[in-house]
Design a binder for this molecule. Structure first.
Ligand SMILES: [Zn+2]
Length: 315
């Protein structure tokens, strides 16, 4: 370790400049590694439900730093020229991530996919710009109306998330109207949360992830399927599996890490139907979306799955 206090001011300036260049080279190398880790689904094999979870838990990045890197990696995958712009310092990770968010918002609103050529043109225009100047270019090149703009979300020190909503007059009128018709007065936050909770419970019942509401004996019998249909798990089999798994993905990595996913869970046949597996309690397990895909990749091979999952292709 060099003793920095012995450096002249000029030497310090040179030293930090070359270290920053190394830092950018290392950043690009991290992005290349992430690309390969995503392509081979290494995070799934290790028991993580997403590349994002892998980046935050295994690599120790903050959530914001992980998102910036994942966005930049995907941008680099789509437009090869971005790599040298990041390495030269002309494009920062946050500008690239900002552009990707703007592209998605524009696509959602116009229902038209932004082509690789357009993406490249926008990214190159952002080279060397400050955050504010980049924002102006993005608004000009990829316009969206107020309601289609991404909702800003910020992680708080307390572990919560601050969500800032901009509503048009018409959108706010919907909320005001609902509030007027409800018997109890609720804040906008409580009102939205209650709606979300009701919808979540309904979806879970629909997917067999929660017991149905039993209003009377008759209706219960009416909604329970009489027998197991071929290829489908019956509701009681699903409920039992759900309880056994404690509403969590059951994937276990070779080193013994159980996946922590509790969302986007799916019922899976341990032994596939095609190989003679049955839709019974012994053959059911719960997997998150990523682990379901990962199992399919293991069974069928990446080349078969690649047309459905573009991230698996390339080298
Ligand atoms: Zn999982």
């Amino acid at each position: 370790m060099e003793v920095l206090s012995r450096f002249t001011n000029q030497e310090l300036n040179h030293k930090i400049q070359s270290t920053v260049r190394e830092e950018r080279r290392a950043t690009v190398e991290v992005l290349r590694l992430l690309r390969e880790i995503e392509r081979r689904m290494v995070y799934a094999e290790l028991g993580f439900p997403s590349l994002f979870a892998y980046c935050t838990v295994e690599l120790g990045y903050s959530e914001a730093a992980a998102s910036r890197r994942i966005e930049a990696m995907r941008a680099m995958r789509d437009v090869a020229e971005i790599e040298e712009k990041i390495e030269s310092g002309e494009l920062s990770l946050s500008t690239v991530a900002q552009a990707r968010v703007a592209i998605r918002a524009h696509e959602r609103e116009t229902k038209v996919k932004v082509t690789a050529e357009q993406t490249k043109s926008v990214m190159l225009q952002l080279s060397g710009l400050s955050k504010r100047a980049a924002e102006k270019v993005l608004v000009r090149e990829l316009p969206v109306t107020l309601s289609a703009q991404p909702i800003p979300e910020r992680q708080l020190a307390t572990g919560g998330t601050r969500v800032t909503l901009d509503l048009t007059e018409d959108e706010m009128a919907v909320i005001e109207d609902l509030r007027r018709l409800q018997s109890k007065t609720q804040s906008t936050k409580d009102l939205l949360l209650n709606l979300a909770r009701k919808e979540l419970a309904r979806k879970k019942r629909e997917r067999g992830e929660a017991p149905p509401i039993r209003e009377s004996k008759q209706t219960t019998e009416a909604i329970t399927p009489p027998a197991e249909e071929a290829g489908h798990f019956s509701a009681p089999v699903k409920r039992l599996a759900w309880q056994k798994a404690e509403s969590q993905c059951e994937y276990m990595s070779p080193s013994g890490r159980r996946c922590e996913a509790r969302h986007r869970l799916e019922f899976d046949h341990r032994k596939p139907l095609a190989l003679g597996g049955e839709s019974s309690s012994q053959n059911i397990r719960i997997l998150c979306r990523e682990h379901n895909v990962f199992q399919a990749v293991l069974k069928l091979g990446a080349p078969v799955m690649a047309p459905y999952l573009p991230r698996l292709s390339g080298s």
